[in-house]
Write a protein that binds this ligand. Structure first.
Ligand SMILES: CC(C)(COP(=O)(O)OP(=O)(O)OC[C@H]1O[C@@H](n2cnc3c(N)ncnc32)[C@H](O)[C@@H]1OP(=O)(O)O)[C@@H](O)C(=O)NCCC(=O)NCCS
Length: 175
């Protein structure tokens, strides 16, 4: 079974993250500069999932603003999908929210992105609205997804259930 380590993204990780970013989003990817800026941003929490050899397989970013966390980016290398890596990264992001007394988590997702929408629904995000023509590359609409208050039992119980269902990789978190 693969052993996965989740750590806070550092500037040494940016080349590896950017390599995945250009595969996942060939025409509208983030620049390296954006990742360097995010690492230096005090409101931002960015993490990488790495294998035993230190190879970066996936990454997530969030901003904490007052009582909300905003997921800004999430991607898994196409060769390593279906291994629950996205779930591991979201679990880390949610754990940060509990530490920081955050109440809600939100994000935008392309309305055609069935895989990501299903992933977020697993964590009880629901669609609360739409930003029309939000994506500049193809004019696609974004769905706005929000959690309920993450301190409510329904959210917490589901979160524990999802955590307990991680069985495809062994994993540890750095901090
Ligand atoms: C969406 C993405 C992050 C999922 O990563 P992953 O590590 O393969 O996801 P996981 O293995 O943790 O899967 C978790 C859940 O996501 C959903 N999911 C993942 N891939 C899916 C697919 N191809 N079709 C439908 N649902 C899918 C399912 O609900 C799955 O749960 P299940 O296995 O119990 O059915 C990945 O496909 C990706 O990087 N896509 C491109 C970038 C992207 O869309 N990012 C999100 C931007 S908002």
């Amino acid at each position: 079974m693969k052993k996965i380590q989740i750590n806070r993204m550092t500037k040494d990780d940016v080349d590896g993250v950017f390599a995945i970013e250009t595969i996942v989003n060939p025409h509208h990817h983030w620049s390296k500069e954006s990742f360097y800026n995010e690492i230096a941003n005090k409101l931002a929490y960015y993490y990488c999932a790495k294998d035993e050899d230190g190879k970066i397989l996936a990454y997530i970013g969030t901003w904490h603003i007052l009582e909300e966390s905003h997921i800004t980016i999430l991607a898994v290398h196409p060769d390593y999908r279906g291994l629950q890596l996205a779930q591991l990264l979201i679990i880390k992001a949610i754990q940060d929210c509990y530490k920081e007394m955050i109440k809600y988590i939100t994000l935008e997702v392309r309305e055609s992105n069935v895989a990501a929408i299903s992933l977020y629904e697993k964590f009880l995000f629901s669609n609360v609205g739409m930003r029309k023509k939000y994506y500049q590359d193809n004019g696609e609409n974004a769905l706005i997804m929000f959690t309920q208050n993450i301190w409510y039992d329904t959210f917490k119980n589901n979160f524990e259930k999802v955590k307990a269902s991680i069985d495809k990789v062994e994993y540890s978190y750095d901090e």
